[in-house]
Design a protein around this ligand. Sequence first.
Ligand SMILES: Cc1cc2nc3c(=O)[nH]c(=O)nc-3n(C[C@H](O)[C@H](O)[C@H](O)COP(=O)(O)OP(=O)(O)OC[C@H]3O[C@@H](n4cnc5c(N)ncnc54)[C@H](O)[C@@H]3O)c2cc1C
Ligand code: FES
Length: 284
Amino acid sequence: MTERTMKNPYLPIPMVVQKATVETTDRMLRTLELGFLKEEDAKNFRFVPGQFCELSILGKGEAPFGIASSPTENGSLRFTINKAGLVTTALHHIEERSEIGIRGPLGNGYPIELFEGKNLLVIGGGFAFTTLRSLIAYLLHPENRAKVKGITVIYGARMPGLLLYKEELAAWQKRSDLNLVVTVDWGDKDWKGKVGLVPNVLEEVAPSSEDTYAVICGPTIMIKFTFPKLMALRFPYERIFTSLERRMKCGIGKCGRCNIGRFYVCKDGPVFSYAQLEKLPKDY
Ligand SMILES: Cc1cc2nc3c(=O)[nH]c(=O)nc-3n(C[C@H](O)[C@H](O)[C@H](O)COP(=O)(O)OP(=O)(O)OC[C@H]3O[C@@H](n4cnc5c(N)ncnc54)[C@H](O)[C@@H]3O)c2cc1C
Ligand code: FES
């Protein structure tokens, strides 16, 4: 938490839209690169992959978004936004050089200290890949790569045009220290890669669960069918992590909007182990 948010956690940090990029052919996903307007905010903003921020637009409201950039990419923050309703549509229309407010970093983030010295299996689907992108970029940074052993990434989208961060995926494909498997539900005439649903591709790749943590983020249906595959590969519940997406308001454990059982998803999560989720009421 920064000094500013310790004083007043509802006070947004002023940022500027440095760059806006349409990510997908259906134009439903847009990435915003935000720069800090105040040097002290840039210096004080410390986060871990898996955390999120509330982005606010005057007259429209605020909404939570996972941080897609890595802590190793200093000076700016990246968010990828799916056009869903009021705030997200406004974020799709916001122009470069416009000012915007953010509150954060919020939530717990991925337990990177647990991953140290282990293998990591990252499974992503759709636009939930944002915070996984943060995690992967963080671990691939030269200062951090030695922290974990093998990294396998399985990432799927419905169609090739809906894949995020295509240039970066192409660069990652060339790396020898990362096993990246990109898959789509339906290919097109130009698609030379894998075709298949993420849970089936996981079964095919069959990574060893020995000394391995799994992190999985994606649509509920993908997660539902992926968990049994991880069980079949003998991943213990406490070595599987996922990030929950609940309706949120305050983002800091005050309003009671996001709780599941005794947990506030915004404060105690959004990242939980499957061992924790197993003990919760099944309304997530
Ligand atoms: C921790 C966290 C991280 C998130 N990260 C991202 C991200 O990186 N990129 C991204 O695009 N979105 C992300 N979301 C979802 C995003 O917050 C919602 O899409 C957003 O709040 C919708 O706001 P809106 O004003 O545009 O929609 P509204 O006008 O409020 O609603 C439009 C429609 O979206 C539905 N909706 C609204 N919020 C949610 C929600 N949280 N879950 C499911 N359905 C919802 C409503 O029921 C309605 O049908 C995240 C959510 C959470 C909790
Ligand atoms: S969003 Fe208010 S308590 Fe979690």
